[in-house]
Design a protein around this ligand. Structure first.
Ligand code: TPP
Ligand code: MG
Length: 567
């Protein structure tokens, strides 16, 4: 037991919980925390230029590691700037700890500078938002914050810290870190019912969502899919659950589906949904995007409240996906059953292989396009060729970055936890601003992101951060000089009455990059796409972040036109 300031105690807890980085901007209210960080070389502080980026980076860190990301903001405007990134973490079920400064307890409700009810503001976008009222409770509250953020369905927790408490002396006890919280096992009878249903299936299908990644169940997903010989569709957050070049990988759902997924989902007689929510972007709220009503849908989720929220399952199972699949494999994974599945699914899987070849050929033709402005798939295809298999990748919102970059036929994903993607909150700039974190997490792996020109303009303040901390990543700006996704909607649904969706003045992104000590280049000729990517990767190798401004066409894919235009 030692006696230290509450600010020091907070940093000690972070240390004990294995926190490697804090993303933030200090203010008068949080100085005692920063003063403690001064003496803590094991925790790296990343000074962002806007707190929105701190929240995005904390969420991106959580997405890449499964460990809580930590951000720190001062009272009032510092805290309110975090809101969009924290909402993203909440919807995306990413564990984040928010340390927020707050006016002194001595002046509460007396109009102190920057004083607002932050714990109320954050309540709908956190699992827990708490204002600490006594310095001697800070350690216990923080420990609980880590428990809540990590347990069950993970999410963000706000700890609001009045400034006068931070300088008070507190007893710091021997601290036992939360670490990875205990997991929940499924009820045995539901497990047996699921196994029996899967063994009877004629056309089984697995849909893997972000929950697979959260529970670290990618090996088990591969084993169960191979045992059942079932094709696997993934949501955007679930990408990497199965390498995209695995014979059973069959693409995305909803906005990211292809004609192949469009066939597979409705024809399946048993659908095993693993940590996927079938939310709007995945269903369009239309029956044709959902499992067939006659199919038996088995839904597995760590959160009981998710069961049946979008699709009422035949069997709902609450529990940790990895543990569940381990147990399920004991029922369906015997050699004789696997051999029987291989026989019964042979023709279906041969067809799948032929369809995937056809899909790859269609994507390949578009990626080879010589058109000007450049076809966005030319860029997306070339990134896959130039960047290695294990590269970290950020996919931002926007029809080009997300609709094409995030979709299976055009950009293959091979590794779990290699992606920073929005969940169904879809804040512009979220993924792109979190991208530099990939170099903190995996310094040896190259990191690349797709981002629209509209979204990039929201977060360009991340460039000096990446340069300062030598986090050398490459942003591929898919510059169609428009808020293309919304422009698309005006053309399709409003008789081409285009307003407020095209940019008449566009910044020179390459020049901005260079002004921020990054490498910058504008690319207008399709022949320059690959060499430019190689130059960016080479700059990254020297520790220099890069921005490639690709002047691309406002291309649309059949799938996205169908998804958005006909809503
Ligand atoms: C913060 C925020 N504001 C507005 C939107 C609505 N929105 C979704 S996509 C989009 C356009 C994105 O433009 P850009 O980044 O250039 O991508 P593009 O669609 O052109 O590929 C907009 C405005 C949003 N998702 N997030
Ligand atoms: Mg655009």
């Amino acid at each position: 037991m030692s006696t230290i300031s509450a600010g020091q105690a907070i940093v000690r807890v972070l240390e004990a919980e294995g926190v490697q980085a804090v993303f933030g901007i200090p203010g008068g209210h949080t100085l005692p925390i920063y003063d403690a960080l001064y003496d803590t070389p094991g925790i790296r502080h990343v000074l962002v230029r806007h707190e929105q980026v701190a929240a995005s980076m904390a969420a991106g860190y959580a997405q890449l590691t499964g460990e809580p990301g930590v951000c720190c903001a001062t009272a009032g405007p510092g805290a309110t700037n975090l809101v969009s990134g924290i909402a993203e973490a909440y919807i995306g079920a990413l564990p984040v700890i928010i340390l927020a400064g707050r006016g002194s307890t001595a002046t509460t409700h007396r109009g102190a500078s920057q004083e607002i009810a932050q714990e109320q503001l954050f309540r709908p976008i956190t699992k827990w938002a708490v204002r600490v009222d006594r310095a001697d409770l800070i350690v216990d509250v923080l420990r609980q914050a880590f428990t809540v953020a990590r347990s069950g369905k993970p999410g963000p927790v706000l700890v609001d810290l009045p400034r006068d408490l931070l300088t008070q002396q507190v007893q710091f006890p021997a601290y036992r870190p939360v670490g990875r919280p205990p997991a929940t096992r499924a009820e045995p009878e539901r497990l047996r019912a699921a196994a029996a249903t899967l063994l009877e299936a004629q056309r089984p299908l697995v849909v893997a969502g972000g929950g697979v990644i959260a529970s670290g169940a990618w090996h088990e997903v591969r084993h169960i899919a191979e045992a059942l010989q079932a094709p696997v569709l993934t949501t955007l957050a679930g990408r990497g659950s199965l390498p995209d070049d695995h014979p059973l990988a069959a693409g995305g759902i909803g906005h990211h589906r292809t004609w192949l997924g469009k066939q597979l989902l409705p024809e399946a007689d048993v659908v095993l949904g693993l940590g996927c929510r079938f939310e709007e972007q995945e269903t369009n709220w239309r029956p044709s995007y959902l499992p067939d009503p006659a199919a038996r849908y088995i839904q597995v989720d760590i959160d009981a409240a998710e069961i049946g929220r979008s699709v009422a399952p035949a069997i709902g199972i609450v529990g940790d996906i990895r543990l569940l699949l381990e147990e399920l494999l004991q029922f369906v994974g015997s050699k004789s059953l696997v051999a029987a599945a291989a026989r019964s699914q042979k023709a279906r899987l041969q067809q799948l292989a032929r369809d995937k070849k056809k899909l790859a050929a269609e994507a390949g033709r578009m990626a080879a396009s010589e058109q000007r402005p450049i076809h966005p798939l030319r860029v997306i295809g070339a990134v896959r060729d130039v960047f290695p298999r294990d590269a970290s990748v950020a996919i931002d919102v926007g029809v080009l970055a997300q609709g094409m970059g995030g979709a299976f036929p055009y950009f293959k994903v091979f590794e779990p936890r290699s992606l920073i993607v929005p969940s169904s909150f879809y804040g512009m700039g979220f993924s792109a601003s979190a991208l530099p974190v990939a170099k903190l997490v995996h310094p040896q792996r190259p990191a690349v992101g797709f981002v629209g020109d509209g979204s990039f303009q929201m977060i360009m303040n991340v460039l000096p951060v990446a340069a300062e901390y030598r986090l050398p990543v490459t942003w591929c700006v898919l510059n169609d000089r428009a808020l293309g996704s919304i422009w698309d909607g005006q053309r399709a649904a409003y008789g081409n009455r285009v307003i407020a969706t095209t940019f008449e003045v566009q910044p020179d992104f390459a020049a901005i990059a260079r002004a921020c000590h990054c490498y910058g280049e504008r690319i207008e000729d399709p022949a320059d796409v690959t060499p430019a990517l190689e130059r960016a990767l080479e700059a990254n190798g020297r520790g220099v972040p890069a921005v490639l401004d690709f002047i691309v066409a406002r291309e649309r894919l059949e799938g996205s036109v169908e998804f958005f235009a006909k809503r």
